[in-house]
Ligand binder design. Structure first.
Ligand SMILES: [Zn+2]
Length: 483
């Protein structure tokens, strides 16, 4: 029996705001001493009152607009009641029936094709405290760190539009890219700022068999999402083929064993009781508010990618590399300044030499020490023939180390290319005299020998020879090879 996989995702992303969702505590708690970013509100003490963080609402609406959502004019907060030690008040302030954003979609590139995944809703809530589990004398106990409690969190729920683990991973990466372009979240999965749960089921292509929906939790990287889902596809398909019962349940991914295990079945499914939050006013959003928020949004990754391909005549792979991060795309455009003529060279330099320097020094493009204008100057120097491509690489490294402009480095270090025929002819003559074997090889028809001789000319001039002129002079002096 042939099956199709059906996957829907629930993503939680922490918002990058200065203060927490409902109080004035700093939301930047990473590395802080436990329980130092707390106050009566986020500790859930009786009598304390929450206040809505305006920036968190703006960031959520921005995310919704980027995900092509409809933004209803009226939205409210609700209390989601459940008992767990990481929940200070015994309920979480979240949104139930009237979320900030609904009915959107995200388009992204996967396998060279454009894929569209529906977004059911984006709502705003607060993060919970963090539990740290320890053991002492063989007895387990847990510590509670309330610093994370109350940090603004958005939940993004997709429609079940994904058809494979690879596609789910590609979607998550595209979503992360959008959040980072917007600057609303670091969306860093390893640091817990971007978390994903997945619903996955199987159905036979003829529609006769539909397996139950299984929820997968505890996936802490893009790789583990893909692997956990791939494991589930196999587990569910083989059970269905053998006629074994499958149940609707929640399963956890065990990273070290690379399996999923049952955590709870349907009879213990969460029974949250939601109530409207009486301590917070509803949120009214006008057309004017939406126009203002839209005006603050940057060009989104897919649009930018397509514009780069179209306007700069770049290949899909190159445009993809350049638009993966907004800072790199900005750098590219600051260098090119609308000049299509140098777009190709700029793309080569950035994805080649600059990316190599970034990897080597573990810095981002702003930390590499070459300003966009300096790269442009370097490209101009090569284009005008002042320096050759080989020297240009040396100059680029020098720029990144000293901060000096390429012009100054070329002048100071005497790196200008030697194109003068008289000067080059003298060197060519000397190289021919000193390398009789290569000359003989060339004359016997070994064309590759000219590369060696050209290399010797370059070496003699510390890499500054104009390669085209030097080759022409070598060929003239040696004459045509004898067959
Ligand atoms: Zn607080």
């Amino acid at each position: 029996m042939e099956f199709e996989t059906v996957i829907g995702l629930e993503v939680h992303a922490q918002l990058l705001t200065r203060s927490k969702m409902f109080c004035g505590c700093s939301a930047e708690y990473a590395g802080a001493e436990p329980n130092t970013h707390v106050c009566p509100v986020c500790l859930g003490l009786p009598g304390s009152l929450p206040v809505i963080n305006r920036q968190a609402v703006v960031s959520t609406v921005m995310t919704g607009l980027a995900l092509n959502c409809r933004i209803p004019p009226y939205s409210k907060f609700d209390r989601k009641n459940y008992m767990y030690p990481d929940l200070m008040k015994g309920y979480q302030i979240s949104q139930y029936d009237l979320p900030l954003c609904v009915e959107g979609y995200l388009e992204f590139q996967h396998d060279g094709q454009r894929k569209r995944v529906g977004i059911r809703r984006v709502h705003l809530e607060e993060d919970t405290a963090r539990l740290v589990h320890r053991t002492w004398n063989g007895t387990g106990y847990s510590l509670v760190d309330v610093n994370r409690s109350g940090v603004p969190l958005i939940e993004i729920v997709t429609e079940p539009d994904l058809r494979s683990p690879e596609e789910a991973r590609a979607f998550l990466m595209a979503l992360r890219q959008v959040l980072r372009y917007l600057g609303v979240s670091t969306a860093n999965m390893e640091e817990g700022a971007f978390r994903c749960d997945a619903n996955i089921s199987q159905r036979s292509l003829d529609g006769s068999v539909v397996g139950p929906k299984v929820e997968i939790k505890n996936m802490n990287s893009f790789r583990s999402v893909e692997r956990a889902l791939a494991y589930e596809v196999e587990r569910q398909r083989s059970a269905l083929r053998r006629g074994e019962p499958l149940v609707q349940e929640t399963r956890g991914w065990l990273e070290d064993q690379e399996i999923t295990v049952s955590q709870r079945t349907k009879e213990y499914a969460e029974d949250y009781r939601y109530f409207p939050e009486p301590d917070l006013p509803p949120i009214f959003l006008t057309e004017t508010d939406l126009v203002e928020i839209r005006a603050r949004m940057p060009e989104l990754p897919l649009t930018r990618f397509e514009r780069f391909v179209r306007d700069y005549a770049l290949g899909a792979a190159e445009a993809g590399l350049l638009t993966e991060e907004r800072a790199v795309a900005d750098y590219f455009e600051a260098c090119v300044q609308g000049d299509r003529e140098i777009a190709r060279q700029a793309a080569n330099w950035i994805t080649g030499e600059l990316f190599a320097l970034m990897r080597e020094r573990v810095v981002d493009i702003d930390g590499v020490g070459v300003r966009p204008g300096q790269l442009r100057q370097l490209i101009e120097l090569v284009r005008r023939g002042t320096i050759n491509a080989l020297t240009a690489k040396e100059v680029l490294v020098a720029v990144s180390e000293t901060g000096q402009d390429p012009d100054a480095i070329v002048a100071e270090r005497g790196l200008a290319q030697v194109s003068d025929e008289a000067q080059l002819r003298a060197v060519v003559q000397r190289v021919i005299e000193q390398n009789p074997k290569a000359v003989a090889d060339y004359r016997r028809g070994k064309g590759a020998a000219i590369g060696f001789l050209l290399g010797q000319v370059m070496k003699d001039l510390r890499g500054r020879a104009n390669p085209a002129v030097a080759r022409k002079l070598l060929e003239e002096t040696l004459g045509a090879p004898v067959e």
